[in-house]
Design a protein around this ligand. Structure first.
Ligand SMILES: *[C@@H]1O[C@H](CO)[C@@H](O)[C@H](O)[C@H]1NC(C)=O
Ligand SMILES: *[C@@H]1O[C@H](CO)[C@@H](O)[C@H](O)[C@H]1NC(C)=O
Ligand SMILES: *[C@@H]1O[C@H](CO)[C@@H](O)[C@H](O)[C@H]1NC(C)=O
Ligand SMILES: *[C@@H]1O[C@H](CO)[C@@H](O)[C@H](O)[C@H]1NC(C)=O
Ligand SMILES: *[C@@H]1O[C@H](CO)[C@@H](O)[C@H](O)[C@H]1NC(C)=O
Length: 564
């Protein structure tokens, strides 16, 4: 009896340690080269238990600032007479901002010049008023959110494996996917390899010309590790419904016209059905190894292998919209829909948004029915500052009423940007804030970021296509990792906006503040406010049901407000 009870006790203790623990720990702030990061080790990492509201008029506000607040919680009441002032983080010794070194200044100048030339990228212009009224109207409803997420590439798997202590691996997982982390629920993985891997690879590279895919009946060794890691991530973070989306970067070379991983190469016609079977087999492999797949796409960045092969050095499979329409309509679509995985969500395009209107137009011309196989469109954000929201409108001629997601985003991809993490950079976080606000207002249902962790150089990437990431590893010691400002900025959108939340109208009275708001499945409102200006602001929140509250928020800050 006693033994039984102590076992029970041990069990609940274990649950408390590895499962749904929920407690708040503040960020361990450290100065890095470009600003501030939060440091996590095996023994310590910051978390924020989701705020609860005790009374109808109560609100909770989560704030992060360039200066150094990270998920700072304030509470108050609607209808209060006075305004609530959010005090910024204060340095013990005052230093100049480290964000403003030459490289970031140049990169910012180019980004700002682009914004000036291409008016659709809205940036806050000068306005003398330091006060903004934001009207929230919960009777005006827009898209229903699918959620938020990141990606588990071979590079992520490699870095996680190098952290020898399970406890620090778990901190990484929980930081993104636990409720007291960012509350992510979506995850993108490559079918086989991608550029963020130690080498190019695919299933069934051997035997060649094998239309039966005889070598695809078990996980590749690299996926044996990755699948175990993802299952651990799911279990330890307690994520309620982890929804995984797969995409192939390239077929094994023998299926391609150029018999290579990269360059100008399309799928050989004789392997159209084999490539469809490959997708089904991959879904089945994952499912039978304990990872049910929510969605797949028709392939990562299909234009890389036909138009951009001089720039893209990593594995790719080229498609024209015409050839993809035939493959989808005559092979992949029927293969999936006639299988036991018929309900899998299928995304089209999975490429830069400037390609998407033309893509679907040509698909529709080639095989009008092909688009009926698609449940949604997946877009990458990389050239959005130049190719604005009108591309989404045009895509909607074909994809209205389907799921719209951003399936990849990161910074450091442009020739004028430093192609590696700027550790501590708030500016890079702001680029995310602007982009996510604009996509959410364009009715996107989900935002999926790229690698959840990269090393100090922005890799590993087998062709050195390095970029920034929300978390940066310390590969000298593998005993710490650093949560960048980007991490918190993503969290301001994801943490209090669970799957099933519906966007509602939120209109700021001037451009000094950008905002987006949601009504959650529990009928609470979560609103995100972003002040990119160099001055503090008074914001008056006017809710059609709850009344008013006035907040003073610091310069360079982002906030999530939760109320009934
Ligand atoms: C920034 O540029 C100036 C010249 O424009 C130079 O003197 C200075 O050393 C540069 N600083 C850094 C950190 O590169
Ligand atoms: C596979 O097919 C290609 C093209 O027909 C041929 O050149 C190659 O030798 C074949 N490979 C094997 C292992 O049969
Ligand atoms: C798609 O193709 C069909 C059939 O050719 C055509 O009737 C329809 O207008 C096309 N849709 C768009 C949005 O162009
Ligand atoms: C990684 O840890 C080493 C040893 O503590 C330290 O010298 C180095 O600065 C750290 N790297 C980063 C990016 O902070
Ligand atoms: C709320 O603020 C708006 C706009 O400033 C104002 O018109 C309205 O009277 C206020 N309502 C209350 C209850 O204070």
């Amino acid at each position: 009896m006693f033994r039984c009870r102590s076992l029970l006790l041990l069990g609940s203790l274990l649950i408390a340690i590895i499962g749904g623990h929920s407690e708040s720990f503040p960020c361990k702030l450290r100065d890095a080269q470009y600003g501030k990061v939060c440091v996590c080790t095996a023994d310590y990492c910051d978390y924020l238990e989701n705020p609860t509201l005790k009374e109808d008029q109560e609100f909770a506000l989560i704030s992060s600032t360039k200066q150094g607040l990270r998920f700072e919680v304030s509470n108050g009441y609607f209808g209060a007479k006075d305004k609530y002032t959010i005090k910024d983080y204060e340095e013990s010794s005052t230093k100049n901002s480290k964000d403003d070194n030459n490289a970031t200044i140049i990169s910012r100048l180019i980004d700002e010049a682009l914004a000036a030339v291409f008016p659709q990228s809205k940036k806050a212009s000068v306005s003398t008023s330091r006060s903004v009224t934001i009207k929230l109207d919960r009777s005006k409803r827009f898209q229903r959110m699918e959620g938020f997420g990141g990606s588990f590439t071979g590079a992520v798997s490699y870095l996680v494996e190098n952290y020898k202590e399970q406890k620090i691996q778990d901190h990484l997982y929980k930081s993104f996917y636990a409720d007291d982390g960012l509350g992510f629920n979506l995850l993108r993985v490559a079918m086989g390899g991608c550029d963020f891997d130690l080498q190019a690879w695919a299933y069934n590279e051997k035997p060649e010309n094998d239309t039966k895919l005889t070598n695809m009946d078990k996980l590749d060794d690299r996926d044996v590790i990755r699948v175990e890691q993802i299952k651990r991530m799911r279990d330890v973070s307690g994520v309620k419904k982890l929804r995984i989306k797969g995409a192939a970067w390239s077929a094994p070379p023998w299926m391609k016209t150029n018999n290579r991983w990269t360059g100008f190469g399309l799928l050989k016609r004789e392997y159209y059905q084999t490539w469809a079977d490959y997708h089904l087999k991959w879904v089945d492999l994952m499912e039978s190894n304990g990872l049910p797949i929510w969605a797949i796409s028709t392939g990562n960045e299909p234009t890389n292998g036909v138009f951009f092969m001089f720039f893209v050095k990593f594995m790719s499979l080229g498609w024209t919209p015409q050839s993809q329409a035939i493959w989808l309509n005559d092979h992949l679509g029927p293969t999936l829909r006639n299988s036991k995985y018929k309900d899998i969500v299928l995304f089209g395009n999975d490429d830069q948004r400037y390609t998407s209107p033309y893509w679907f137009q040509m698909m529709n011309r080639t095989r009008p029915n092909s688009i009926n196989y698609l449940d949604g469109v997946a877009l990458h954000w990389y050239w959005d500052e130049i190719f604005g929201s009108s591309f989404v409108d045009k895509t909607n001629d074909y994809m209205a009423d389907k799921i719209h997601i951003i399936s990849e985003s990161c910074i450091g991809d442009k020739p004028w940007q430093q192609a590696k993490p700027l550790i501590g950079s708030w500016d890079r976080g702001e680029k995310y804030a602007r982009s996510w606000l604009s996509h959410l207002k364009d009715n996107f249902h989900a935002m999926v970021d790229w690698n959840i962790i990269l090393d100090e150089e922005g890799g590993p990437n087998y062709v050195s296509n390095t970029v920034d990431a929300p978390v940066v590893a310390n590969t000298t010691t593998y005993t710490e990792f650093y949560k960048q400002p980007i991490f918190y900025i993503l969290g301001h959108f994801s943490k209090l906006v669970p799957e099933g939340s519906v966007r509602i109208e939120a209109i700021p009275s001037n451009v000094n503040l950008d905002a987006v708001a949601f009504m959650r499945p529990d009928d609470k409102i979560a609103a995100v406010f972003f002040n990119s200006g160099r001055a503090d602001l008074d914001i008056i929140i006017v809710d059609s049901v709850r009344g008013n509250v006035t907040l003073n928020i610091p310069a360079k800050s982002i906030h999530t407000l939760l109320y009934n």
